[in-house]
Design a protein around this ligand. Structure first.
Ligand code: ZN
Length: 197
């Protein structure tokens, strides 16, 4: 299931988020996509009755994707290759809100509308700046372990404020449960791979 969706969305982690959205485990998801990827994603969302809002700016490719906000913003018509941020939700208003908060660089409300725990949103707002863009903490807890996100193995899409952050662990458990319902193999892969550094 996840594998099939990943052909549309470009990675298993992105496909996983869409699955969580379809299962009502998440209300809005945010991801970066290129011009080339967008048409098939727009088609999928239309078929599934999901609302998609696209940022009115692009981010240069140096960006590390969804976790980091350090990417340099460029105009839509800038010829340099970049990614659009895309906000997808069953609730049109929430997709627009996320897009608006991001445009305004309002990390606080963006984090909350994306469903991140308040403690982690506060942690992000307090510690994130242009010199400190990677807030990843060491974690041996599979639910909060972000160390393999470049290998497409990750459960959360935010920086937990603590490796044992209760709210994050709770969210991670809920997501894994939802993934397990439709793709047992992926759920097992995540759990076993994320137990180790
Ligand atoms: Zn937290």
């Amino acid at each position: 299931m996840i594998k099939k969706l990943s052909l549309i969305f470009g990675s298993k982690s992105k496909a996983q988020e869409i699955l969580l959205l379809l299962q009502n485990a998440k209300t809005v998801v945010r991801h970066g996509f290129t011009d080339q990827e967008l048409p098939r994603i727009e088609r999928f969302c239309k078929e599934q009755d999901l609302h998609l809002v696209k940022s009115n700016f692009k981010v240069l490719f140096a960006d590390e994707g969804v976790y980091s906000n350090k990417g340099l913003r460029i105009a839509e018509d800038d010829p340099r290759p970049g990614m659009y941020f895309v906000y997808i939700s069953k609730d049109e208003q929430k997709a627009w809100l996320a897009s608006y908060y991001e445009m305004m660089q309002n990390h606080q409300d963006l984090g909350l509308v994306l469903g991140y725990p308040k403690c982690c949103v506060d942690f992000f707002c307090k510690n994130f700046n242009s010199q400190n863009t990677n807030l990843e903490l060491n974690s041996m807890n599979p639910y909060t372990n972000l160390s393999k996100r470049e290998q497409d193995l990750v459960i959360l899409s935010h920086f937990p404020c603590n490796a044992e952050c209760q709210e994050s662990v709770k969210l991670g458990e809920k997501y894994l449960q939802a993934i397990y319902m439709v793709d047992k193999e992926r759920a097992r892969e995540l759990l076993t791979q994320l137990r180790v550094k």
